[in-house]
Design a protein around this ligand. Structure first.
Ligand SMILES: Nc1ncnc2c1ncn2[C@@H]1O[C@H](COP(=O)(O)OP(=O)(O)OP(=O)(O)O)[C@@H](O)[C@H]1O
Ligand SMILES: [Mg+2]
Length: 414
């Protein structure tokens, strides 16, 4: 019987942890075999701050995913986020020294090794080195130079580094459950896999995943990633504003936000009240919907205005004609799309993962873009090579480069 590859992903979010097992169906779609979700504790603004608490959520999500699939997660692609992420674009070059001057895949390997061999500070780790374009004898925009003639091959690469301690804490949590980390993936890159179309990436587009604790940004141009950034603000701050502004407990504010929050222009009459009886803050309380929406709008506007401020100085609206794709749990807030269009003066849509088969029902929600994208990332980037047993090590890029090219772990062979 043919071999089947199972891909597992774990997204340790600030509010929820999600584990997914999937494979590729006969018609090349992603088939979800198991999903597990558990509320997260011990994570703030995308960063593990309490390993024991974070482990409980991961363990629970993994248990549920394994239970629903009947399979065991032995290794997984894992998301990383947090304000500690930083990125840069850099260029590296090699000479094509063979007599025929034909670029071979070795040359591609050499130029990528050159890009990966940058020095990173001792307290930081290289997370990704992503080739954006090749330049052959000064001709820019070459996507695949193999087979072309040339003397000099350059690569423009997008380089992403992370604080070593933050990364190691996530890895520690996962490994303590006897799960190996196949690869760490920057969360906005994962979300982009799930919700961006190739034509948007070609034209120029911003992806913003507004989660519980962070807003994760990835900008694509000419089909490749151009900029990545993480802002430490998300849905949690919206809820906190409601709690403080209306003088109600956080969990009630969270419920109110999800149930009644609405930034659409066809909003209810100003005087309409939300009865909070049954939400756990006692009888007789009522809150003006207008007050609720005003509080939410102020914070959402702030988050939206922060997005272009994170981009390198540029005429972003003309460079990125495909506009902004919003995803993450907070993108569920009705009216956010229109508000973003008004504020940023660019096309905006909400990105929801699609095209899945199997146990995928709950995943058709912007809150699951990252975990679905992690599985897609695994399917697109996994290499069928023996995995390097080494763990994460600090310092030079080579050790991480090995990690970046880790293969599919075949959990199930039939
Ligand atoms: N219908 C809704 N209306 C408003 N906000 C919502 C809605 N549904 C979910 N949210 C908000 O989305 C946030 C959670 O989003 P998500 O699940 O993407 O975050 P996370 O992955 O746990 O966190 P992060 O990615 O920031 O680490 C919460 O703040 C939640 O209140
Ligand atoms: Mg998230």
């Amino acid at each position: 019987m043919a071999k089947k590859s199972i891909y597992s992903a774990i997204d340790v979010g600030t509010t929820k942890t999600c584990a997914v097992l999937a494979n590729i169906s006969e018609n090349n779609a992603m088939r979800i075999l198991g999903v597990g979700v558990a509320p997260t504790r011990g994570v703030q603004k995308g960063i593990v701050v309490n390993i024991d608490e974070a482990k409980i959520a991961i363990k629970e999500a993994v248990r549920k995913a394994e239970h629903s699939s009947g399979l065991k997660i032995e290794s997984a692609w894992v998301g990383v986020t947090g304000r500690h992420i930083s990125c840069t674009n850099s260029r590296s070059a090699v000479a094509i020294s063979r007599g025929d001057r034909l670029v071979a895949s070795d040359d591609l390997g050499r130029v990528l090794s050159a890009a990966k061999s940058i020095e990173v500070e001792g307290d930081r780790q290289l997370l990704h080195v992503i080739p954006r374009q090749y330049i052959l004898d000064g001709n820019v925009g070459v996507k695949n130079p193999v087979g072309l003639h040339g003397f000099r091959l350059d690569v423009d690469a997008h380089i992403i580094t992370a604080a070593a301690a933050a990364v190691q804490n996530v890895v520690k949590c996962i490994r303590s459950l006897n799960i190996e980390v196949e690869e760490l993936v920057l969360e906005p890159l994962a979300s982009a896999e799930a919700v961006l179309r190739p034509d948007e990436k070609d034209a120029g587009v911003i992806l913003a995943d507004i989660g519980g604790g962070t807003t994760d940004i990835a900008v694509f141009r000419d089909g490749s990633v151009w900029h990545t950034s993480v802002i430490s603000v998300g849905g949690y701050q919206i809820t906190r504003d409601i709690a403080i502004g209306l003088g109600i407990p956080f969990n009630v504010a969270e419920e109110l936000k999800k149930k009644y929050g609405n930034l659409s222009y066809d909003k209810p009459p100003e005087a309409e009240k939300v009865e909070t009886t049954g939400l756990g803050i006692g009888d007789g309380h009522s809150i003006l919907r207008q007050d609720l929406d005003d509080i939410i709008r102020a914070r959402v506007e702030e988050i939206l205005r922060l997005i272009p401020m994170e981009l390198p100085p540029s005429e972003y609206s003309s460079l990125l004609p495909a506009g902004l794709v919003l995803t993450g749990g907070a993108a569920n807030l009705p009216g956010t799309e229109m508000l973003a269009q008004d504020i940023l003066h660019m096309p905006v849509r909400v990105g929801v993962p699609t095209g899945m088969a199997g146990l995928s029902d709950i995943l058709y929600d912007p809150a699951y873009s990252t975990v679905v994208g992690l599985v897609l990332w695994a399917m697109h980037h996994a290499k069928d090579e023996p995995r390097q047993p080494q763990g994460f090590s600090r310092g030079k890029a080579e050790s991480l480069a090995r990690y970046m090219a880790t293969p599919i772990r075949r959990l199930l062979e039939k």
